[in-house]
Design a binder for this molecule. Structure first.
Ligand SMILES: O=C(O)CCC(=O)C(=O)O
Length: 206
């Protein structure tokens, strides 16, 4: 049974040609009406947190809200922030299962959610290369709400770059050696007033 009433064969992945890593993009993972209703449900039902990071002895709020959901025991630490998972909600589990149904190598045990309140919220250049994600992690990233730009750049080859417009209902798969060789960001886009939710399904291995 397909949660989104869409035959999996109608969903087409585009493979981005990258040196030293893999990115796949699907613009129609969810139909727009489903993306809209999931956005509304998640915005209102997720326990969003305002995390803080310490830099040079000072504490700053991170420029977005976040949440960590998953199976018990799969904790995640990034930028000094330790996340204990809240139990899966019906919606998060439903989305996870649909992704897994056409991505047989995936077996996600957790999801990091980001809420960008408007175009002033962002995530700076980074790689998802924390030890807990293991070598060559497979990460599935779903976008809901406002379209935002997703930038990728190679760590050592300055001409190797990619920009994607992440439309609502889209899915990005990052895999292979991408997290070792590339960085990614959601930049500030001051003209965007609407919020966006991003879900990155992950597999914590230790
Ligand atoms: O919002 C996005 O699309 C990317 C989020 C991200 O890079 C992360 O959570 O590590």
């Amino acid at each position: 049974m397909d949660l989104f009433n869409q035959e999996p064969k109608e969903r087409v992945f585009k493979k981005m040609q990258l040196l030293d890593g893999e990115v796949w993009y699907m613009d129609n993972f969810m139909p727009l009406d489903k993306a809209k209703s999931y956005f509304k449900i998640l915005k209102n039902s997720i326990e969003w947190r305002q995390e803080e990071i310490k830099m040079y002895g000072k504490t700053y709020p991170i420029p977005r809200k976040t949440a960590w959901y998953g199976y018990e025991g799969f904790n995640y630490k990034y930028s000094g922030i330790l996340c204990n998972p809240k139990p899966w909600t019906k919606e998060l589990l439903g989305i996870k299962r649909v992704i897994e149904s056409f991505l047989p190598e995936s077996d996600f045990n957790s999801v990091l959610l980001n809420l960008y309140r408007n175009g002033n919220d962002k995530v700076s250049w980074h790689a998802d290369d924390e030890k807990g994600l293991g070598i060559n992690p497979l990460i599935a990233s779903v976008s809901l709400g406002a379209t935002r730009r997703f930038d990728l750049k190679h760590k050592t080859e300055p001409n190797e770059k990619l920009q994607l417009e992440l439309v609502p209902g889209s899915l990005v798969i990052m895999k292979g050696a991408l997290q070792h060789n590339w960085l990614h960001q959601i930049p500030i886009q001051k003209k965007i007033n609407d919020p966006r939710i991003n879900l990155t399904f992950r597999t914590i291995v230790s």
